[in-house]
Design a protein around this ligand. Structure first.
Ligand SMILES: Nc1ncnc2c1ncn2[C@@H]1O[C@H](COP(=O)(O)OP(=O)(O)OP(=O)(O)O)[C@@H](O)[C@H]1O
Ligand SMILES: [Mg+2]
Length: 393
């Protein structure tokens, strides 16, 4: 089979050839964008899911949908160390300058620029390489209190008023939301709350790991009413089959039913693995249809590649104590979730003592708590990797 035409797309944020199993979510997003454009109340949304399930792909898709619908979009990725204002100010400045050029002088747009300028003065962008220029006098007393929970709503309000004055709808997309500090999340929620109350045309779509739920809930109890939190995860058997079969058939090739079933069993419908296995199966197959032997060969290659990069990189980011913790998880039978107490027992330590290590692993996105007292790996097959690299007792 021609490797040039291999349709599969293993990677981070790379659009899959078939965006399978997300029809309902795309539909809801399209409705929310449409409503925002009509100035009807529209709910912002935070997509919640583990690593590699397709959150970034969805945000990119939402970005396209919003732009196709004529909205202005801002797409940013929250960062472990960069403060939220540093990430927001440059694209907001860009947006306001664009709105400024859109027609004759608009007092609302000029005010937006002045408010942003005074916000910039008060947050002092710490990580910006060069000073970001904005040739306008600051609006003294607006968005410059130094308290993000007061200032960010003021900025959003001014931007929203500028947008409405120009007949524009703004869609803000933020990936990796779990990296926000509690104070930042709180300010963001309050800013969107203000937007909602004033019926201003700003909509937010976010994405994050499951801990984003606790972060949002702790920050503001009304977050649940302000946002929808759709969950995305591994695909059902039928959707996983579509994700593989449709791209192959679109290239005029075929895969046998048994091979498809074997591939789905190996990948457990996990979107990143579907792309990886699909890609390798296409590479190893000598001719169409792709058969079970091809999937077996693809599994060997895929596992080797995951061991060398995806699993290895994740493992190497851990401290020695964190490594001990995940090894202890993998020493237990099965693929999880594991009881946190059993993990502590395997380490020979009290649950309390290992709590901080467990929290760090959650913060790093390595493990999560599917239910109280349970601990599981955030990506399938990780326990098998750990068992492969663990010295035999
Ligand atoms: N619905 C889908 N069907 C098939 N493949 C998908 C689907 N969604 C995403 N993928 C594939 O899964 C892989 C991971 O996607 P993506 O990077 O968007 O995940 P993510 O949830 O953002 O991961 P992370 O949390 O690590 O950033 C990509 O190779 C992508 O092509
Ligand atoms: Mg992502």
């Amino acid at each position: 089979m021609n490797p040039v035409r291999n349709p599969f797309a293993p990677g981070a944020g790379t659009r899959p050839p078939e965006l399978s199993g997300r029809v309902g979510l795309l539909e809801e997003t399209s409705v929310a964008i449409g409503r925002a454009k009509l100035r009807r109340p529209a709910k912002s949304m935070i997509v919640v899911g583990l690593r590699g399930v397709g959150k970034t792909v969805l945000l990119n898709e939402f970005d396209h949908m919003a732009r196709d619908a004529g909205c202005r979009t801002i797409l940013i990725e929250a960062h472990e160390i960069k403060p939220l204002p540093d990430l927001l100010v440059p694209p907001l400045r860009h947006l306001l300058l664009e709105l400024d050029r859109l027609g004759t002088l608009s007092e609302a747009v000029k005010r937006g620029l002045r408010v942003l300028k005074s916000f910039m003065g008060s947050v002092r962008l710490k990580y910006g390489e060069a000073e970001i220029a904005l040739e306008i006098d600051p609006e003294v007393g607006a968005a410059d209190s130094g308290d993000l929970e007061i200032d960010l709503p003021a900025v959003f309000q001014a931007v929203g008023q500028a947008a409405i004055d120009r007949g524009q709808t703004v869609v803000l997309l933020i990936d990796e939301l779990q990296y926000l500090k509690q104070r930042e999340m709180s300010a963001l929620i309050m800013a969107l709350h203000r937007i909602n109350q004033d019926r201003l045309p700003i909509l937010m779509f976010g994405a994050g790991l499951p801990q984003v739920l606790a972060l949002a809930g702790k920050s503001k109890s009304y977050a649940e009413r302000l946002f929808d939190f759709p969950r995305v995860g591994s695909l059902s058997g039928a959707d996983a089959a579509d994700a593989i079969r449709k791209p192959i058939e679109a290239e005029g090739e075929r895969i046998t039913a048994a091979a498809l079933a074997a591939l789905i069993a190996q990948t457990q419908g996990y979107p990143f693995y579907l792309q990886e296995w699909g890609y390798q199966a296409w590479q190893v197959a000598r001719q169409s249809p792709i058969d079970v032997a091809d999937i077996e060969a693809a599994t060997v290659v895929s596992i080797r590649r995951l061991d060398e990069s995806f699993f290895r990189v994740r493992f190497d980011r851990l401290t020695p104590r964190e490594k001990d913790y995940v090894r202890a998880m993998a020493s237990l039978p099965g693929s999880g979730p594991y009881r946190s107490g059993d993990v502590a027992d395997a380490l020979g330590l009290p649950v309390r003592t290992v709590g901080p290590v467990r929290n760090n692993l959650i913060a790093k996105g390595m493990i999560y708590a599917p239910a109280y007292g349970d601990t599981a790996f955030t990506v399938p097959l990780f326990e098998l990797f750990l068992r492969r690299i663990m010295p035999p007792d």
